[in-house]
Design a protein around this ligand. Structure first.
Ligand code: IP8
Length: 247
């Protein structure tokens, strides 16, 4: 399971603009790892970057605040489909058998609670079994009592990794790992308490997302997870340690 952060593959400060070089490098690493058999099954999830987030904030939509405006839903989803199409094109250009899976069409928060995500995994599992590389993305999600809220790529990664029994989980972004107070990469994290201070969050007060929430969710997975930057992608795909190991 691989998450490509939106900040990695897009230029965050320029509306709906790809970071073409970073995206190409990531797609090269994926294609090479599949071609030489380092990876046999792979699910990719990507974030929103300057595509989804801009549209979502224009309409006041977040992971907890929803919208009932169909035009707003279409804009957020449309921006993410555009980005997804760009990722798919570049993967398929490199002979990666990448196909889209759009979470808005599949998932719901039935209780309206952030974190309570119902994502049927049958289509993704079947696509994987048939030799495809399913590519999902942060998206809108039907949410009881709210209309449509945002589901982040990180939430999808956690849901997919546990539901599909992922062997390894990689989160690739613009930072080289989880950083300590001095800005150095923490090589391994096996408990939240041990790093809560460095992450600027206590166990009780962290509701704000960011790295602390990401680490906490990754710790809850059965599979080892790695948080790394662009340089860590090839090592991760080749089964080596990269960035910070969260296990
Ligand atoms: O970048 C957000 O995905 P993320 C997707 O993984 C939208 O948080 C629609 C803003």
């Amino acid at each position: 399971m691989l998450k490509l952060g939106g900040s990695l593959i897009t230029e965050k400060d320029r509306p709906e603009t790809l970071d073409d070089d970073a995206l190409a490098a990531a797609c090269d690493a994926v294609a090479d790892a599949l071609a030489d058999g380092a990876v046999d099954r792979l699910v990719v999830v990507h974030g929103g970057g300057s595509f989804g987030h801009r549209r979502a904030s224009e309409h006041g939509v977040s992971t907890s605040e929803g919208t009932r405006d169909p035009a707003a839903v279409a804009e957020v989803h449309g921006a993410m489909k555009t980005l997804n199409g760009a990722v798919l094109d570049r993967l398929r250009d490199r002979d990666v058998p990448a196909v889209p899976v759009h979470p808005l069409s599949l998932s719901a928060r039935p209780e309206g609670v952030e974190g309570d995500l119902d994502l049927p995994l049958g289509s993704t599992a079947t696509l994987l079994g048939e030799g495809f590389v399913p590519v999902l993305h942060g998206d809108g999600v039907a949410t009881a009592g709210e209309g449509v809220t945002v589901v982040s790529g990180d939430e999808l990664v956690v849901e997919l990794a546990s539901g599909l029994g992922a062997r390894r989980v990689g989160v690739c972004s613009t930072v080289p790992g989880v950083l300590d107070d001095d800005g150095d990469v923490i090589p391994a994290i096996d408990s939240f308490e041990a790093v809560a201070d460095a992450l600027g969050a206590s166990d009780a007060t962290d509701v704000s997302g960011g790295m602390a929430a990401k680490v906490r969710e990754l710790l809850a997975l059965d599979a080892p997870a790695y948080v790394f930057g662009a340089d860590g992608l090839s090592p991760f795909l080749r089964g080596e340690d990269a960035g910070t190991r969260v296990d």
